[in-house]
Design a protein around this ligand. Structure first.
Ligand code: SAH
Length: 216
């Protein structure tokens, strides 16, 4: 796998585009400028990797659009050493973004094919520190809870109560919520004990969150 000057140039352009769309957090922009996103797509699609679009990664799934990755990450207010659980490892790109921001990342994928492929890729790219799990994200990771932050990259139809219960006091969960064929609204919930603070943001299109593990 090669990261050339051309790729770096394309990345700079992508960073400018994401910034122009309203992402202001410079650390997030730096990380997007650093990570070779083309490594997370099948080879032969290098140019697509640097367009601000979602792209198929097999198994009927997509790598989120860079703007969406940045948007969700910005809402999550990531700090160094934050323990973050991500639901939907997919290509691994979002997990790499969180990891580069200094977080401790726990990422769950329900499809074994993607889980195996991405685990191998992350190790190869030097992201072996990202902990990946094959499992149903609706269950979260009881063993490692509570988390400072939780991020869903697939959309549940309603409030993911089990996951909310795995939030640290003061913790934040960001997720797109809504039905499969509609656009889903981005929600941020902060665990401001004893109650929850709920905020609503823009609409996006995500793949649905699906129950259970899919074996190969
Ligand atoms: N974060 C990914 C986005 C992948 S798309 C990236 O950066 O590429 C969403 C992913 O969520 C898909 O891989 C899908 O299989 C997974 N998914 C859907 N429902 C899930 C569930 N209940 N638990 C874990 N992963 C799930």
């Amino acid at each position: 796998m090669k990261d050339s000057y051309r790729h770096k140039g394309l990345r700079k352009r992508l960073v400018r585009e994401v910034k122009a769309k309203g992402i202001s957090d410079t650390r997030i922009l730096e990380v997007i400028g650093k990570i070779p996103r083309h490594f997370f797509l099948d080879s032969g699609f290098d140019d697509w990797a640097y367009k601000d679009v979602a792209f198929p990664i097999g198994e009927d799934q997509t790598i989120s659009q860079p703007y969406t990755v940045a948007y969700q990450t910005q809402l999550l207010k990531v700090h160094q050493k934050d323990r973050i659980m991500e639901i939907g490892t997919g290509s691994g790109y979002q997990a790499a973004v969180l990891y580069e921001l200094g977080a401790r990342v726990y990422s769950i994928e329900r499809q074994e094919t993607l889980y195996v492929r991405t685990k191998g890729l992350l190790e190869k790219l030097g992201y072996g520190g990202i902990r990946t799990f094959l499992g149903d994200g609706f269950q979260g990771l009881e063993r490692y809870a509570p988390f400072d932050k939780i991020l869903l990259t697939a959309a549940p139809k309603s409030m993911p109560e089990t996951l909310i219960s795995q939030l640290e006091s003061g913790g934040i969960i960001v997720f797109p919520m809504g039905k499969k064929d509609d656009a889903q609204q981005m929600i941020r919930i902060t665990n401001t004990k004893p109650k929850l603070t709920i905020e609503k943001f823009d609409y996006f299109r995500f793949v649905p969150m699906v129950k259970g593990v899919r074996k190969r």
